[in-house]
Design a protein around this ligand. Sequence first.
Ligand code: C2O
Length: 555
Amino acid sequence: MAYLVWALLLLTFMFPALVESMVRHYNFSVVMANFTKICSTKSIVTVNGEFPGPTLYAREDDNVLVRVTNHVQYNVTIHWHGVRQLRTGWHDGPAYITQCPIQPGQNYLYNFTLTGQRGTLLWHAHISWLRATLHGAIVILPKKGVPYPFPKPDKEKTIVLGEWWKADVEAVVNQATQNGRAPNISDAHTINGRSGPVPNCSSQAGFTLHVENGKTYLLRIVNAAVNDQLFFKIAGHNLTIVEVDASYTKPFKTDTILISPGQTTNALLTADKATGKYLITISPFMDTVVAVNNVTGFAFLRYKGTVAFSPTTLTNIPAMNATAVTNAFENNLRSLNSKKNPAKVPQSVDHSLLFAMAVGANPCATCINGTKAVAGINNISFVLPSTAILQAHYYDISGVFTDDFPAIPTNPYNYTGNLTTANLQTLNGTRVYRVSYNSTVQVVLQGTNVIAPENHPIHLHGFNFFAVGKGLGNFDPNKDPQNFNLVDPVERNTIGVPTAGWRAIRFRADNPGVWFLHCHLEVHTTWGLKMAFVVDNGKGPKESLIPPPADLPKC
Ligand code: C2O
């Protein structure tokens, strides 16, 4: 007995973090709730009646248990966007990829450990478009006693950006799916659930960020919007970027943040200006002809001691097509790559893939124009199966998916040449790309000009990747890799692919399971711009997917 006590004491002494990690319990009750926004009231799907939903707080190494109980009429799943889910793919959340949905009246216990991650992430529903209102932030603090690699802020504030439709969002997407057209754009952008004044509703209040002069704040900014990449600005203040997608970056100052759906950004704000009110804006980035909600969302930075009716300092809102602003921001993003936080960039590649991403049109007799909008990767529109792929993979159920997803386009074309209707049509398929455990994968995400070029924020589940290169036009496999950054490229889980350009990412497939890759603009995901990787088990004891939990929902 005494030995045991000594051993425990010794352990505590040697590995304080190991012993101090906690189990965090959360209850997510999915319920309808009424909200009044932009001068009308509607009933929305929420977690615990909150919009945005509750912030999930934990520390690195903590075990998180979230009981999700479904009290609404829709099937529900929750995805912990950016959480690596090492060997715990059953708890990742994308419907029909890693689990069957939680049906009305049912519940499921999500159970995962936050290994090797600290920073800000988000959770959101991962079925149909429910994530429009079912989302919230995840805050992962460093292990106890481990400081941030930047000066400790006086306070932390979570800022969740969203998109609001006056209409019922599920009705919007269902109608579009039926008539084959693009779904209606949203009506407002929200900052912590508030839009500020919008056309025809000037009384709508905006969120207020209260600050005190002389203090520094860590803003944890989450873009939970459905289809809009956003510019974020605070009048008169620079922001110092220190982390994106729960990976530390080399700090840099900027007056404008670009943040795509699914991305998170931690920025330091020093309240060092005159007492008063300063406008905060979010506005869309769209540098092509695609229709987008161009209503600016407003919030206010307010210093303590500001008198009522004091004027608000305004800011220039970036043009919707301000590509140069996005480039300046993205080119500054670099991994911190310090001794404590090294960037482990794969230096060699086992699988070299080229994914051409396009929006197209397929014939559809029942649709309004006889065609329906589709999207795909390498001309394949991914179709969700009716059994989860992870289950089919684990239990060896045949007929659910095939593992012949093409590594490169089967009919190559000039991807960014003259606007083309040549490769307009896609094939339907539930095809995955299979890799062995611990192999290294490079994906060149190639934008195309089919119908219209467009910036696609691509998200990979189960991994962080390194964004080693980007360019305009077609990727050149002979020249472009010479300019790759294999030292300190930014590490993230979601990244924009330049309009009519490409982006190269690399990751190590060190997480067995089935992992979704898709455009995080929900409209494109719906149209089929998605695929999945299957990573086989390795040989070692810690290299296999854990068995499924007993309460895993059934289809
Ligand atoms: Cu944030 Cu597959 O999603």
